[in-house]
Ligand binder design. Sequence first.
Ligand SMILES: C[S@@+](CC[C@H](N)C(=O)[O-])C[C@H]1O[C@@H](n2cnc3c(N)ncnc32)[C@H](O)[C@@H]1O
Length: 231
Amino acid sequence: MSTEQEITEMFDRISPTYDRTNTALSFGMDRLWRKKLISNLPKRASGALLDVATGTGEVLLEAFKQDKIQMGMGIDLSGEMIKLAKDKFRASPFRPQANFVVGNALSLPFENETFDAVTMSYGIRNVQNVDLALSEMHRVLKKDGRVLILEFSLPKNELLKKLHLIYLRKILPNIGQLISKSKSSYVYLNKTIESFPYGPSFLNYLKAAGFGSCKAVPIMGGITTLYIGDK
Ligand SMILES: C[S@@+](CC[C@H](N)C(=O)[O-])C[C@H]1O[C@@H](n2cnc3c(N)ncnc32)[C@H](O)[C@@H]1O
């Protein structure tokens, strides 16, 4: 497993091409997956959303576009990602309602029961301690709040799974290198996708952190999964 410093340096390094590489690697589907995540957010008049491992702020942007929240806070280990998120919001109408900070999912710098909802998209796979990250998310959520986690997974269907593994092992690292010039980052992506728990196994982590009504919603045959839990 990579250290926190290695993870930070890797995301700092690929940040300039991060959005573009995502679009290429997912054939533009990553936006639809985040839309799906946000469509599962309950609408509240005073909705405050924390997006953990926010990257360039795409989840918060989508939440504002769908008019699901009043206030958004994004946190990420990578200072370069946070800079890009701030730039993106500076050029958007949602600037006054959004804040971004550099910080760690394992020790969220917020009071207990601060947010109506907490999201994490493609971040949980990268943290050093999944249990601690989930219990931190649970801690900062208000009672009746919801957590929404989007993460890569592997299809149940054996043929689809075989084809997807060929894509992950042989094609993805090369496209990643072409755009970001960093093949190792996209080999890392492939390896963490293959080894990270998904479906019912990941639901056990959510339940252990104290979430209820937990469900896993496979998307596109299971190449990615949306996890939902309530406090
Ligand atoms: C694959 S990117 C996902 C970014 C964004 N959520 C998205 O959907 O595009 C993973 C992000 O997790 C961040 N990250 C990794 N470990 C973290 C941690 N312990 N605390 C906060 N952020 C972390 C990385 O810096 C990176 O920006």
